[in-house]
Write a protein that binds this ligand. Sequence first.
Ligand code: NAG
Ligand code: NAG
Length: 733
Amino acid sequence: MKSAMGIIPLFRLFAASIFVGRCLIFVYRVSHTYTSTENEEEEALGKWAWIGLFLSELWFTVYWLFSVVVRWKPSYRRTFKDSLSLRYEQVLPDVDIFVCTADPTVEPPTMVINTVLSVMAYDYPPQKLSVYLSDDGGSDLTFYAMLEASRFAIEWLPFCRKFKVEPRSPEAFFRTAHQLPLENTDIAVEWTTIKKLYESMKVRIESTTRLGQISEEIRKEHKGFREWDFVSGPRDHHTILQILIDGRRAKAVDNEGQPLPTLVYLTREKRPQYHHNFKAGAMNALIRVSSRISNAPVILNVDCDMYSNNSESVRDALCFFLDEKKGHEIAYVQFPQVFDNLTKNDVYSSSLRIVSKVDLHGFDSYGGPLYIGSACFHRRESLCGTKYNKACQQDWMTIKVETKNNEESAHELEEICKVLASCTYEENSHWGNEMGLKYGCAVEDVITGLAMQCRGWKSIYFDPPDRTGFLGVGPTTLLQALVQQKRWSEGDFHIFLRHNPFLYGYNTISLGLQLSYCLYLLWAPHCLASLYYVSVPSLCLLRGISLFPQVSNPWVIPFVYVFFGNLAFSLVEFLYCGGTCLEWLNSQRMWLYKTTTSYLFGFCDNILRLLGYSKSSFVLTAKVVDEDVSKRYEQEVMEFGTTSPLFTVLATLALLNALVFFVELKRLFVEDEPISLALNRYGLQITLCGLLAFINLPLYQALFLRKDMGKMPTSVTYRSIVFALVACLTAMY
Ligand SMILES: *[C@@H]1O[C@H](CO)[C@@H](O)[C@H](O)[C@H]1NC(C)=O
Ligand SMILES: CC(=O)N[C@H]1CO[C@H](CO)[C@@H](O)[C@@H]1O
């Protein structure tokens, strides 16, 4: 990405020209208005439509300015791990790693332990690593998998060290490295042995998971299973804390006699009468429990579906924290979230390509990317609510782990820590507000990151140029993708309303960063302008109301330039970031779908909350992905298949534009008015409508042509046909 710096001046020039174009559009909108020769009613309608369009364009311009601010001066970072090693190898700080899982059916235990094994095997002194798993599902199946993982680690860690294995998630390693290294028979033997070990472990875990319960034999293997005798359900149980590998003990060694990282299993107490605050609650329990066990000054947080693809990420992150000049002001180092199960053209635009290759680099240059929930290294201090303060420059070498008391046995420690993860511990405390992750927001990560920045800390975005740090699993159905976006947009707008960066960040974060934040925080209200633009011009077309300049009029130039200029820019940017043309087209479609549905529902939920209704009736659908669905996903066929209000909105808009487009084509060719006249008058409106119809082609297929289970359900089809017809008829008469 070094060459990216070279094109920045070009981008600025282009942005300036678009800005001029947008200003000309406003001049046109203000200096002209809709006039009708027919009647007054028509004229009034047209005038209102005109004003609405003007407001939408105003909004688009403001929103576009945020995106320009983000792109203005991106920064790209590199690390020098050799220097780190030379200077600090003997005194590297301890690192605690938190892995969060919530449900053994959605997040299978094999996936969880692959993530755990990949982070245990970091290229870092193992006695300085502690890995904590928070199991919010409270499942003994996950506990059993962790027990197996703690045994497998004894073989796996030396193997990784010896052969410099990458990636260090066994599943990913054996999947990507199909080829047996034949040249060297020693390696081949060990390779086969460890692969067999892994596979037999996987079979044991999967068969237990399928059974849904732990057999008597296995229960005898570890005292921890007895804890489940008192568990009455996933929402009602006491704290279960088991130190599976106690790295403080000399006997915790692998098969080469090297120390092992500490491995802890935690499921915090849950009671029906206490709100558990989802992932934020789990993270806060982990922060407290780990502070008693290992209390490392650096905390890495990953989701259980996001394994480490680069064994040097810890060192990468420490290069920033240990930097002499700037290191002391950094609260967190965020890595990009990359997904490794996406198809070539990424039909649901899950890759966050522009977010990770463009936006976050821009945030970085203004003093800090957002915290996006996973693949992020934190300074424990800042996470625990400390304000940044120059005087408290921490000397990493002198932080010796005071609380690490080697006298206590693991069992004693477990008993002491249990209370830290109980429901009542947080009562009348600052946890969830000033300390730890914040509660009460659908995007606890973003609001927590912003709060840290408002307390004076900086953050870093590090996108490793050579090898991605973390690889996760992105949404694989349309509904999953849209529901995820709904949650994000709802939470982001909630932050804008309740924790506004301009107010809370006044004087502590730069204006550039405040404006950059708006790019995400204002997703939800963006739906209004988008919905207007994809429906009103088409409906007006039916009625013969022309809302854009005639094609022969010079005023048409700024409209065409801004519209197609932006499209061309986004295509070039996409290709530059490594995407394909088809992927870009898919991303445009998904942007349309997200704004008109997810953001709309996210917006409505916020409005309802403001009015005092705490929760909308909108329910999450389960993430069940059967084989059929995966197959369609791999063929990049859009998945509908369920009835959802989101789909009704999508289909109605798509049908509306298709209907109008056909009616117009018919008018153009069948009626006696000369084509050129009508084209001149409605050219832009027809083009807009046609483009919308074009981008919706896969949706029409799902409505009318497809026969598989992933097609649009008939009830949604009928409903949307009725809605679209009603809208058209209302517009016409
Ligand atoms: C993940 O790591 C492997 C092995 O080092 C590497 O070949 C691959 O390119 C990485 N994946 C990504 C997406 O960077
Ligand atoms: C293309 C691809 O790798 N898809 C996989 C993504 O991840 C899900 C869940 O792990 C799998 O079911 C898909 O096969």
